[in-house]
Design a protein around this ligand. Structure first.
Ligand SMILES: [Zn+2]
Length: 286
């Protein structure tokens, strides 16, 4: 009898192993619950990794540990949308602990401690730098493509009146599915991006700037045509984000609004045909 159970146990393990091994390769997007700030991780079907912003503190390190394969200490691409503290601070800790293949950023001038530390570590570790500019594409061998939509000029070393307006904006495409990551772009930038004629449609839109009323124009929402609008926002933040008017504007267009202060970390996966929303880190996710 003992032998029977042992055999049954082994068979069950083998079956589970085959099931896990054969799960379809998918694009995964995690919107980490970093409070009042942004941090998005993208995992491509072949295991490529892109981290966009790091949030306002070191929480991102814990989330990365949970989301990446056990023991993985490297990322293919790190994107800093703009140097504000709620985007760059977490990336300093990531630079300390992870090997980064390449950085995509604007290099806009800013002199806060955390941004200067981030630049210093990039330099010290000799991490290749790609100047962020609209029109660029970064492709993965599995068919995932990053299309940069903003900024539309080289800002390296330049003082920018409003750093939010310098935010790197990327559309990440896999098959017929896409997600649009917007940093803190403003209504004026949204209009410029639309005027440039770039493709902006995406089923998932990372809402610019915590759902502030300085972004998310009706024209932009209509052009992106998202099914879901994801808002990175801290609970009871002192800015009153997201703005009620902005949330209503999305909802009136039939867009489902998801907020990290209400949902925690938000995860989507795509097989190239459609997105599915999954619980992050659940063993039953496949
Ligand atoms: Zn900002």
């Amino acid at each position: 009898m003992k032998k029977f159970w042992l055999l049954a146990g082994i068979l069950l393990l083998v079956a589970a192993g085959i099931l896990i091994y054969n799960q379809p390769r998918q694009l995964e997007v995690y919107f980490f619950d970093v409070g009042q700030g942004d941090s998005t991780l993208v995992k491509t079907p072949s295991g490529g990794t892109v981290l966009i912003d790091g949030g306002p503190d070191r929480k991102v390190l814990r989330y990365l540990g949970k989301s990446l394969p056990f023991g993985q200490r490297n990322l293919d691409l790190m994107i800093l949308t703009h140097p504000h503290a709620d985007h760059v601070t977490g990336l300093v800790g990531v630079l300390e602990r992870y090997k980064i293949g390449k950085v995509l950023a604007t290099g806009a001038l800013h002199t806060t401690t955390e941004y200067l530390e981030w630049l210093r570590l990039l330099n010290k570790k000799n991490i290749p730098w790609q100047q962020a500019l609209a029109g660029q594409t970064i492709s993965f061998s599995d068919g995932v493509r990053l299309e940069a939509l903003w900024p539309n000029r080289d800002l390296n070393g330049l003082a920018v009146a409003d750093l939010n307006e310098s935010s790197v904006t990327v559309r990440i495409v896999y098959g017929r599915t896409a997600v649009l990551i917007t940093g803190d772009i403003t209504v004026a930038n949204e209009a410029d991006i639309l005027a440039s004629g770039g493709q902006v449609t995406a089923q998932i839109l990372k809402v610019p700037h915590q759902g502030s009323r300085t972004s998310s124009s009706l024209e932009f929402i209509k052009a992106v045509k998202p099914t879901w609008a994801v808002i990175f926002v801290g609970a009871n933040n002192r800015y009153g984000h997201p703005h009620g008017e902005v949330v209503a504007r999305y909802e009136q267009q039939g867009v489902e609004v998801l907020r990290t202060d209400q949902q925690g970390t938000i995860k989507f996966v795509s097989d190239g045909t459609a997105w599915r929303r999954l619980k992050p880190w659940s063993l039953l996710n496949f």
